[in-house]
Design a protein around this ligand. Structure first.
Ligand code: NDP
Length: 338
């Protein structure tokens, strides 16, 4: 899958091209080249920011290197090694790392952060979601950035998404009062009935988000885990308690909308609110502890994964675009083959 051009507006399927190309690769022993048959790839909102035109007004960070139109799109994936020039990997190994939105990838073990995947007895897909970056993002954001404490009030947006559904579950396990918002009644029911949120609401049905949050948090919000930015951030800030903390994980409402909402800054001042953006990649040293803890939660049934899997490379564009329309429920993954 490639992009045809830079995508600065809301993405549509014609922005993408699914191409079939023959390639011949000679894998020399000691070359570090590895051919991977991709089994699953991760579909993530941040990719849209890499697809924009990178004029002087839009600078990207090292983290979000541009995706060049017509070039393969790199993404986190799980695959099987078909051939390897690196002695640490052999044919048949199941690996995780930066592969592509493609059925096959030629990667370099070091550059593409490839590692053999220890499944720990869990499905491969869990390592792209609950036991992977989504899980680490939720965990680090709540415990290291927002520093939640037992009994606090927590609000999370995009709550039925990959990160959001885990934020809510981790916060509940920590003894917090948790309310989430999502974009459909079906998602709201899921949050309350399956994931044990204390409450949830469909933000698309609410006219006055500030008043809505006041209803759910009459004494205010201690921690807002922000996945969406924009108007919801503004409404949350209006409802924060003094010394509340906002962990800014993502601002998806702004990724496809260049009109940026400016939160009410005076509330930040008077209420001495701490707003902190973060990247999960800054917390990789927590990864082993995180995996061990969340594996235990999974084994004991204290936490539930939520995955949304499409099948086939041709469905990658619609799976990706669906993230910005709220089509997905949980971690969006595309599966290529068994
Ligand atoms: P999700 O699984 O949450 O999918 C995206 C969801 O966002 C959609 O299902 C939709 O749900 C919601 N959404 C889409 N457009 C809007 C909008 N305009 N306004 C409000 N909600 C919208 O994705 P992830 O869990 O992977 O990512 C969630 C957020 O976390 C993103 O902002 C992402 O960029 C960020 N992120 C940050 C990381 C970090 O290291 N800081 C790492 C991973 C993700 P709904 O039906 O509720 O509208």
């Amino acid at each position: 899958v490639t992009t045809r051009k830079a995508i600065d507006e809301f993405p549509v399927e014609s922005d993408f091209e699914v191409k079939c190309e023959d390639f011949v690769v000679l894998v020399k022993s000691g070359s570090d080249d590895i051919i991977v048959k991709n089994l699953y790839v991760s579909i993530d909102p941040y990719q849209i920011n890499r697809m924009k035109s990178f004029s002087s007004t839009h600078k990207t960070s090292d983290f979000a290197t541009p995706i060049i139109p017509s070039q393969p799109i790199d993404a986190l994936g799980v695959g099987e090694v078909l051939a390897s020039g690196n002695p640490e990997f052999k044919e048949g190994d199941i690996v995780i790392g930066i592969t592509h939105w493609a059925e096959y990838s030629v990667v370099k073990a070091h550059t593409n952060l490839l590692r053999k995947l220890e499944t720990l007895g869990f499905p491969l897909t869990h390592h792209l979601g609950i036991l992977g970056f989504s899980g680490l993002t939720a965990y680090a954001g709540l415990f290291e950035v927002a520093k939640i404490k037992e009994g606090e009030t927590v609000f999370v947006s995009a709550a039925s998404g990959s990160v959001g559904s885990l934020v809510g579950q981790f916060a509940k396990l920590h003894g917090c009062y948790v309310v989430g918002c999502a974009g459909s009644d079906q998602k709201v029911t899921l949050l309350k009935e399956k994931f044990g949120f204390d409450n949830a609401f469909n933000y698309k049905q609410e006219k006055d988000l500030t008043a809505t949050l006041e209803k759910y948090f009459p004494d205010g919000i201690d921690v807002y885990f922000d996945n969406v930015g924009g108007e919801m951030l503004e409404a949350a800030i209006a409802n924060m308690k003094p010394f509340g903390r906002v962990a800014v994980c993502g601002v998806i409402s702004e990724y496809t909308n260049s009109k940026k909402a400016v939160p009410n800054m005076i509330d930040l001042v008077y209420k001495r609110i701490k707003v902190e953006g973060f990247l999960a990649g800054d917390f990789l040293d927590m990864f082993p502890n995180f995996v061990s803890k969340v594996s235990q939660y999974l084994h004991s049934g204290k936490i539930e994964p939520l995955e949304d899997i499409s099948v086939g490379v041709e469905n990658i564009p619609s799976a990706f675009i669906g993230l910005f329309k709220g089509d997905n429920i949980g971690k969006k993954i595309v599966k290529f083959a068994e």
